[in-house]
Ligand binder design. Structure first.
Ligand SMILES: *Cc1c(COP(=O)(O)O)cnc(C)c1O
Length: 225
């Protein structure tokens, strides 16, 4: 199976309203170019120092999504072209993105990342931390960011019932956040969840953006960069 075959198969399974982020981290430009020729336009990267040269070298109508943990000292490397930042996990990071975005005269689309997995290592707000941040209201003064929805990663497990429970909890929280703070905000509509091994479950639970890497590009070779 080629990248083109993998993409076509994946896209044929996607219901209306679900978009595919092709996660190209650790894969070379040639792999992205093949996916691009097959019609893919949204690509996800998790490191600023990798996304930057890819953006410089590849077609300018690619929409680059930053899906990893964003360090504040890396924001300026991506602010001029990033299309959506999936992993906002603190008010401080949101405020820093806003500051850089204002300097770049852009408004940056952002998703708030929620911690829904069992593992301690995954980043993200707890539901209560997120509620407190939104209640506080200071985010509403950040006019160069646009909160477009939520993102989360399920526990890395074979237990599909657990994965389903975690995705459903995020989906319910999305509904609460939408109705409480964003009821009149049409931009707040994205729920980013689902990766190669769990995107079917994520779609059933209401995902609008799946982030799929190895199922398209094969296993990652971490020595590539
Ligand atoms: C790497 C990564 C993915 C893609 O993972 P695959 O298992 O290769 O599909 C999705 N989301 C995030 C946040 C990632 O870091």
């Amino acid at each position: 199976m080629t990248i083109t075959d993998n993409l076509n198969k994946l896209r044929s399974e996607l219901p209306d309203g679900v978009q595919l982020v092709a996660v190209s981290k650790f894969h070379p430009n040639e792999a992205i170019e093949e996916a691009y020729r097959a019609g893919q336009r949204i690509f996800g990267e998790s490191r600023a120092q990798e996304m930057q040269p890819k953006h410089a070298a590849l077609p300018k109508d690619i929409r680059w999504h930053f899906i990893g943990h964003l360090q504040t000292n890396k924001i300026k490397q991506i602010i001029a072209y990033v299309d959506l930042i999936h992993g906002i996990d603190s008010f401080k990071l949101l405020a820093e993105v806003n500051r850089h975005a204002a300097a770049a005269e852009r408004t940056i689309n952002c998703l708030l990342q929620l911690h829904i997995a069992e593992e301690e290592t995954k980043f993200g707000f707890s539901f209560d931390e997120c509620r407190r941040m939104l209640d506080d209201g200071a985010w509403q003064k950040l006019t160069n960011i646009r909160i477009c929805g939520l993102m989360g990663m399920a526990t890395d497990t074979d237990n599909t019932e657990q994965i389903r429970k975690e995705f459903c909890s995020l989906s319910n929280f999305f509904a609460e956040v939408k109705s409480t703070w964003f009821a009149r905000d049409e931009a707040f509509k994205e729920l980013s969840m689902g990766m190669s091994h769990d995107y079917h479950i994520a779609i059933e639970a209401g995902s609008t953006l799946i982030r799929v890497g190895s199922k398209i590009f094969g296993e990652r070779n971490y020595t590539n960069g």
